[in-house]
Design a protein around this ligand. Structure first.
Ligand SMILES: Nc1ncnc2c1ncn2[C@@H]1O[C@H](COP(=O)(O)OP(=O)(O)O)[C@@H](O)[C@H]1O
Ligand SMILES: [Mg+2]
Length: 333
């Protein structure tokens, strides 16, 4: 056995999940036809997915809408059964032992609160305490801690429905961690939040990952979340893993393209003194060019340009993770 497999806290092997969707015909004649022939379409939400995650890792789980992110999280939290393959979370098969699994994990679905809409936050937490049989000592320690670092006290006695999205998300996060889980699954926790609210949540996540060594899988399509939080990134495309490595490796492998915006003092028809660059935009005396950072360092390209042309202004754009992920999608079949 591989040493990594021994220490993995989450492992997924050849996991596939198919959904059968009814392709029923609409209208009266359609519904009669449906009686005789039922047509199903198979959607492969995830296909032959394999990865393993070690304790304390903070992994970004990324993909476009419909890529299969939530389906994976639902299998790992025991809500869904896979069609084939297997998943283990802390030595438990989540969909076979959902209750046992829930003791080890915290879950936040950004689109849906697990709190009671009409109850004050405090009472929602009390309910969770009895549902999950959280020991008094653990509960009090966590409540005090989370109230402080997430500034929950301002609205601790307000009903959940009166909270802003950002406040609610902070409460949902605290709620998911009340029982000291080792693993936290976050499905789009920053969706719809403003910059300040996002920032608070990111700080909090960084802290619990660092201080409690909580293993975190973060599903998001906000690449700033990934850039600020995750060392490792798994990119999903149509249910398949297309990249799984360190974020820095992603940048090294795909982030070599640089863009320059140059404003010249006069009009040049072409830039034939520059080899291996592509002009991809022009506007009067301005040109936008692309080059590979293996071919030119930023210093080298700028001195080459100033040597041969008269310029007024120049600026370099280095790609961020969002650009790189777009590049990867662009290269996929
Ligand atoms: N319960 C379901 N029934 C049928 N199709 C589903 C169901 N849940 C998800 N899907 C389909 O599976 C694919 C993956 O969905 P999902 O995991 O929600 O993607 P993501 O979270 O990455 O946006 C999509 O094509 C979606 O329409
Ligand atoms: Mg989703």
């Amino acid at each position: 056995m591989e040493p990594q497999a021994l220490s993995a806290i989450i492992s997924v092997e050849n996991l596939t999940k198919e959904f059968r969707v009814n392709e029923s015909k609409s209208g009266f004649m359609g519904s009669i036809k449906n009686l005789f022939s039922r047509k199903f379409r198979i959607i492969k939400a995830i296909e032959n997915l394999s990865f393993s995650i070690n304790p304390g890792e903070f992994v970004g789980y990324v993909g476009e809408n419909g890529a299969g992110k939530s389906t994976t999280i639902k299998i790992l939290t025991g809500i869904l059964f896979p069609s084939s393959g297997k998943a283990m979370v802390n030595n438990i098969t989540p969909y076979e032992n959902r209750i046992e699994n829930s003791k080890n994990i915290g879950v936040v679905f950004g689109q849906r609160s697990q709190l009671w809409w009409d109850l004050p936050v405090r009472e929602s937490f009390d309910l969770l305490k009895s549902i999950y049989r959280i020991p008094e000592r653990v509960f009090n320690k966590n409540i005090d801690h989370f109230i402080e670092i997430l500034n929950i006290n301002e609205f601790f006695d307000m009903p959940v429905r009166k909270l802003s999205l950002g406040q609610r998300m902070r409460c949902d996060l605290a709620a998911s961690l009340l029982h000291d889980p080792q693993i936290l699954f976050l499905d789009e926790p920053t969706i719809g939040l403003d910059v300040i609210a996002k920032d608070k949540i990111r700080k909090f996540l960084r802290e619990i990952n660092r201080e409690l060594n909580t293993t975190i899988i973060l599903t998001t399509h906000d690449m700033d979340d990934i850039e600020e939080l995750c060392r490792r990134i798994i990119i999903l495309d149509k249910g398949k893993s297309v990249f799984d490595d360190k974020l820095s490796t992603l940048k090294e492998q795909y982030g070599k393209e640089r863009e320059l915006e140059i404003e010249f003092s006069e009009h040049y028809n072409s830039l034939d003194k520059l080899n291996d660059v592509t002009i991809f935009g022009e506007d009067e005396n301005k040109k936008w060019i692309k080059y590979n950072s293996d071919v030119y360092t930023s210093g080298a390209i700028i001195s080459k340009i100033t040597e041969h042309y008269n310029i007024k202004d120049i600026s370099i754009h280095e790609p961020n993770v969002a650009d790189i992920v777009k590049t990867i999608y662009g290269k996929l079949p």
